[in-house]
Design a protein around this ligand. Structure first.
Ligand SMILES: Cc1ncc(COP(=O)(O)O)c(C=O)c1O
Ligand SMILES: N[C@@H](CCCC[NH3+])C(=O)O
Length: 483
């Protein structure tokens, strides 16, 4: 059953002829047959990706997909390092500049989108902060040498061991998510003889326009402390009264893959209202405020995301206006983008294994294209009803377009990678397919379902490709079995 609140926009059924097919298949209304099947849809691909004039194959960072597949195998996540880092820096620069005249701004890359040691190092080298949300992510950050003061720790149920490690390491902020946790963090701080800087995550009561599973600021969900219910105010008083904690500010994250700035506006307004009340009620000026992440990216032609500069300027305008209205100083602002930095940097490279034409309702035909990965390397289609696009990557084609569904090799009929896409009618076993926009929440949410080893992440830059996360092997899969 399709879930409601589709993260990628509504799937309205339309009747479109599938060229090269003769049949009539049901395709979403936003999906149009391409004028030229070899064209790369604008906005979906990382900055160095283009199609070679010679053999029509896809190139990234000056390396052809054929060479990448030959050297690293498929499936593989192919990451455009220049693109990833340029987006990270674009966020950092845009926010630094938009807030330069007021309280300043920090950008925390949300490591949950995709994290490994190399990425944590890029983030540190490029002057961003790092948001972690588990002991594992914290371990990567520390191993990469990220300065602890530049690390944040999130989580609605941080283990005592995670809190202890974070406090011991000296992380710059722990974002408190429950009343119970306040004591746990304070106890850890006392144990280590430090005063721990903290934020309080506030549920601001915003219904973000995104999939219900990634919407995080309405009341009926697990994150944060309720503004409307008064629990956030209780938490503020409790933290301020504890000498082992230093309250840096309030935090709100309304959800993920959000395009309209209205949700951020309402959230920021409510959060700043609470921020101002801390000064009024407690005589304490909180130095910072965190507006979270959630900025959407383009997975298909349906999406039109805002540039970091536009986002930064809009948020700065709003924050300054609200602070003036409240008669308070503008605090230092932080944001936590994950998807908007990592997502567009990467495509997944698959090899086509089998093709099958299936007669569907009303006599239409759907071509099922099976690739050598699937829901274990990209669970987002199955989990959130997410839409993706893809292209024939190993060559150009002059065959007519055919409506296809790209599926994986797993033992589930819901194992769909790309629900609907027009691909060349001469697509054949052995061809390479590339699915863009898989840099966020794909490798980080990958599983070993059906004992399929997880693919590597290969970073390409200036003609050089290097593995930054190696492919899992059968030995890795067997290594945990005891007996
Ligand atoms: C607290 C927090 N910050 C930041 C993010 C990053 O979100 P996104 O990748 O949508 O920018 C998330 C995930 O939704 C989150 O839960
Ligand atoms: N995993 C989600 C986003 C959740 C973000 C973390 N709070 C996605 O793939 O869209």
């Amino acid at each position: 059953m399709r879930k409601s609140g589709n993260i990628m926009g509504a799937h309205e059924a339309g009747e479109l002829h599938s060229p090269g097919y003769g049949g009539v298949a049901t395709v979403p209304s936003w999906l149009r047959p391409p004028d030229n099947i070899n064209d790369l849809l604008p906005g979906l691909w990382s900055q160095t990706v283009h199609r070679s004039h010679d053999d029509g194959s896809l190139q990234i960072g000056g390396v052809s997909v054929a060479a990448l597949a030959a050297e690293f195998g498929t499936p593989a996540y192919i990451l455009d390092e220049a693109d990833f880092r340029a987006r990270a820096v674009a966020f950092k620069d845009a926010f630094a500049s938009a807030f330069a005249e007021v309280g300043g701004a920090d950008v925390y890359y949300a490591g949950k989108a995709f994290l490994c040691t190399a990425v944590a190092r890029w983030i540190a080298e490029d002057g961003l902060m790092l948001d972690t949300c588990s002991g594992g992510e914290l371990a990567v950050a520390l191993r990469a040498g990220v300065e602890p003061k530049n690390i944040a720790l999130h989580g609605n149920n941080k283990l005592e061991s995670e809190i202890d490690r974070a406090v011991e390491a000296g992380v710059g902020r722990i974002v408190l998510d429950s009343l119970i946790e306040i004591d746990r963090v304070a106890e850890a701080a006392t144990r280590h003889g430090v005063v721990q800087p903290v934020f309080i995550r506030v549920t601001v009561g915003v219904e973000a326009h995104t999939h219900e599973y990634v919407s995080t600021a309405h009341e009926d969900q697990k994150f944060g402390l309720s503004l409307a219910g008064g629990v956030a105010a209780q938490a503020i008083a409790k933290v301020l009264a504890n000498p082992s904690l230093r309250l840096l500010g309030l935090h709100s994250h309304i959800g993920s893959q959000i395009f309209d700035t209205q949700g951020f506006e309402v959230a920021a307004r409510r959060l700043l209202g609470l921020h101002a009340s801390v000064e009024k009620d407690h005589g304490v000026v909180l130095p910072e405020i965190d507006l979270g992440g959630g900025f959407g990216i383009a997975y298909t032609s349906q999406h039109d995301p805002l540039e970091p500069k536009t986002l930064a300027d809009q948020l700065a305008e709003l924050v300054v206006r609200e602070c003036r209205g409240l008669g308070i100083a503008v605090p230092r602002v932080s944001i936590e983008p994950g998807r908007a930095i990592a997502g567009p940097s990467t495509f997944t490279l698959y090899r086509v294994g089998t093709l099958k034409d299936v007669t569907i309702d009303h006599g239409g035909v759907r071509r099922y294209v099976s690739v050598d990965g699937g829901m274990s390397d990209n669970i987002r289609t199955a989990l959130y009803d997410a839409d993706y696009s893809c292209t024939l990557a190993s060559r150009a084609s002059d065959a007519p377009a055919a409506l296809c569904r790209v599926v994986g090799k797993h033992c589930e009929s819901g194992d769909i990678v790309v629900r609907d896409e027009f691909l060349p009618g001469d697509l054949a076993p052995g061809d390479l397919l590339a699915v863009p926009g898989t840099g966020a929440y794909c490798r980080s949410m990958a599983s070993q379902y059906n004992h399929v080893p997880r693919p590597p992440v290969v970073a390409v830059r200036d003609g050089v490709a290097r593995v930054i996360v190696r492919r899992e092997t059968e030995e890795d899969l067997l290594a945990l079995d005891v007996g």
